[in-house]
Design a protein. Structure first.
Length: 137
C-alpha cells in the first residue's frame, strides 16, 4: 500500500472513529485485534483502494485515487433487523456525499454512501455500508 493510500485510509478511519462520540458501537478495525461481545452490535471496516490514474501526462503529475471504504454493521441474529438497519443509516449519514476529510494534508472526498442488502452470516445480521471516495494526490 502506498503512503498516499495509507493516509487516505487513516482519514476515513479517523472519521469512522468519531462516530463513537455520538454513542455508536465499538469498531473492529481492519487487521486489529477485536473480540466482539456476544449479542452486541459492532462495526467492521475494510479499506478497498481501486483505481490510481495520473491526472496529467507529465511524469510529476498528480494521481487520482478512487476506491471504497466498507463499513459493515453486525448485529445479533434473532433480534429484529431494524437495529442493524438503523445503525447502517447512521453510518451512511456520517459520510455524506461531498464531505472531505484530511490526513497528512491529503484530502479525501466522499462521492457517495449507500446501504447494501443485509446478509445473515453465522450468528450475525450483517448490513454493509459502502462509501465511495476519491483523492487527488
Amino acid at each position: 500500500m502506498s503512503a498516499a493510500e495509507k493516509d487516505i485510509n487513516t482519514a476515513l478511519s479517523v472519521r469512522l472513529q468519531a462516530i463513537q462520540s455520538e454513542g455508536l458501537p465499538a469498531i473492529a478495525y481492519e487487521n486489529a485485534a477485536f473480540t466482539p461481545t456476544t449479542g452486541t452490535l459492532y462495526l467492521r471496516e475494510n479499506f478497498l483502494p481501486n483505481i490510481k490514474d495520473p491526472v496529467g501526462i507529465a511524469h510529476s503529475s498528480a494521481d487520482d485515487y478512487e476506491g471504497l471504504y466498507q463499513v459493515t454493521v453486525l448485529s445479533a441474529r434473532g433480534e429484529r433487523r431494524f437495529e442493524g438497519q438503523e445503525q447502517a443509516r447512521l453510518v451512511s449519514a456520517h459520510f455524506p456525499r461531498g464531505a472531505e476529510y484530511t490526513y497528512n494534508s491529503i484530502k479525501v472526498k466522499v462521492t457517495s454512501s449507500r446501504i447494501g442488502s443485509p446478509v445473515q452470516i453465522e450468528d450475525r445480521y450483517s448490513v454493509p455500508v459502502t462509501i465511495e471516495w476519491r483523492a487527488i494526490v
